[in-house]
Structure formats: C-alpha cells, structure tokens
Design a protein around this ligand. Structure first.
Ligand code: 5GP
Ligand code: ZN
Length: 113
C-alpha cells in the first residue's frame, strides 16, 4: 500500500513537518487554502473518521489535543482558526489517511456550507 501521508510520517517523502510525537505528525499542506494550513495526521494509518475506533481513543484524543499545540506554534491561537476533516466522497476526501486541516492566519471568507 502506498500512502503519501504515511511516507511523509516515515520521512520517506519530503514534508514540512511542524510537530511530531509518538501519536501524531503535523505538516504544512502542499497547496495551502489559507496563510496557515497545517494537516494533523495519526502516525498509524487510519483511513478516515469512519475507521477510527474506540481502541484507538488515545490517538483520537492526541489528534484533537495537537490542534492547540499547532495553533500555538503557528501563532494563530489568539485570532483563531478553522478545523476541518473531510470524510469519503461526499466529504470530498482526497487523501485516504485521516487528517485534520487547521486553517488560519486570516479570517475565513465563508461560513459553513
Ligand atoms: P482532503 O481533500 O483529503 O481533505 O485533503 C488532502 C490535502 O492534502 C489537500 O489539501 C492537499 O493539498 C494535501 N496534499 C496532497 N498531497 C500532499 C503532499 O504530498 N504533501 C502535502 N504536504 N500535502 C498534500
Ligand atoms: Zn497512511
């Protein structure tokens, strides 16, 4: 199985990593949709939120807790940001490795929808 995010996590493909610990890796999106656009991914290959199970609850919590670590590192804590996780075809998920987008650095142009 070839997964680009697994390759970035394992250092087999270049990635602008901003944070990495035992559970998660955060790196810059290659095609940023905001001045600050970071992807937070579990180090374990989990395809989407539909594949995230209670036996991986530590990973789930570490993914959420990493948001604040990233916002602090990227200096977007004070003004805020948006988090998005696309799932499946209706969610327009393109990379089949669970990721949370952290978008910040400027006000969002649109509300949800
Ligand atoms: P999705 O549509 O699956 O929620 O988002 C996938 C994101 O991954 C997109 O924003 C896209 O720009 C980003 N992406 C795709 N390939 C790469 C890559 O090789 N490196 C990095 N850093 N980001 C990527
Ligand atoms: Zn993967």
């Amino acid at each position: 199985m070839t997964c680009i995010f697994c390759q970035i996590i394992q250092g087999e493909m270049p990635g602008d990593i901003v944070l990495q610990n035992e559970y998660i890796t955060a790196f810059r999106d290659i095609n940023p949709a905001a001045p600050k656009h970071i992807l937070i991914v579990p180090n374990k290959h989990i395809a989407s939120t539909e594949d995230l199970h209670r036996h991986d609850s530590i990973i789930a919590s570490e993914l959420l807790l990493a948001i604040k670590d990233v916002s602090s590192l990227e200096n977007i804590s004070q003004n805020g940001y948006r988090i998005i996780s696309n799932c499946g075809s209706h969610g327009r998920q393109e990379v089949q490795h669970l990721h949370i987008h952290v978008l910040g650095g400027a006000p969002m142009k649109y509300g949800l929808g």
